[in-house]
Write a protein that binds this ligand. Sequence first.
Ligand SMILES: Nc1ncnc2c1ncn2[C@@H]1O[C@H](COP(=O)(O)OP(=O)(O)OP(=O)(O)O)[C@@H](O)[C@H]1O
Length: 253
Amino acid sequence: MGLYINNLSFSYGKNRILKNISTTFNQGEITVITGPNGSGKSTLVKGIMSLIKIEKGSIYLNNKDIRRYSVEEKSRILGYVSQDIYRDFDFSVYEVVEMGRYPFKKEWNYAKDKKAIDLALNLTDTKVFRDRSINSLSGGELQRVLLARALAGEPKYLILDEPASNLDIAHNIEMMKLLKKLTRELGLTTIIVLHDLNSILHYSDNIIMLNRGKLELQGKTKKLLTPENIKNIYGISSEIVIDKSGRKHILTI
Ligand SMILES: Nc1ncnc2c1ncn2[C@@H]1O[C@H](COP(=O)(O)OP(=O)(O)OP(=O)(O)O)[C@@H](O)[C@H]1O
């Protein structure tokens, strides 16, 4: 079982975007992929989702090379929330979340499918607009619907590319708490591309820090998210402050 990457490299034309990346993602834990703009985070996630052709190296999912999976086989295991959102068709929210059940279409089971869809709508607080067109939703509402679609497929691995970029503060906190709860309770392997240092500090277990396509740091978030490392990668000064309840926060200066 598990997801691991061995010596992965990838280029767009002559531009080498990912350089010899090797890492492992742990079950029951949240691993955040972070780093400056253009450092290769989305490309790495696209590699895991087989949306780009691996040039060198391998990705193993449950001890099997990801290239040996069929699309359907893989979509039963991996839940993906991407940054690319297509709103070409006028689907309702319910229909979009229902699409999360497509990997199971060969054994269509109305009661089971409905239960998974309803649970996903409830967890993401999107039931109120289940009959609305996705074209009528705000960016933040749509992000929650896309999480609902991924959850409806009951994935073992949850892969999210900046899932909270359009969320207000309350929904941001709610989403991160929900992801942590699901990761722990369902034993998911969760991978999130995320920029916000405090969200990373508060909700992730592990961190992978990319810089210009290279894996600069990887390991436990609490150990690695230090002002020294932040300075090295982003070139900005920061300090850790502790609030009245004893919780740590990163203050950028
Ligand atoms: N389709 C493409 N063709 C050519 N270059 C691309 C393509 N997609 C991405 N790139 C380039 O690859 C590099 C890495 O892009 P990627 O989207 O992985 O970065 P990122 O770390 O996710 O950035 P951000 O934080 O801005 O979302 C960037 O320099 C980007 O311009």
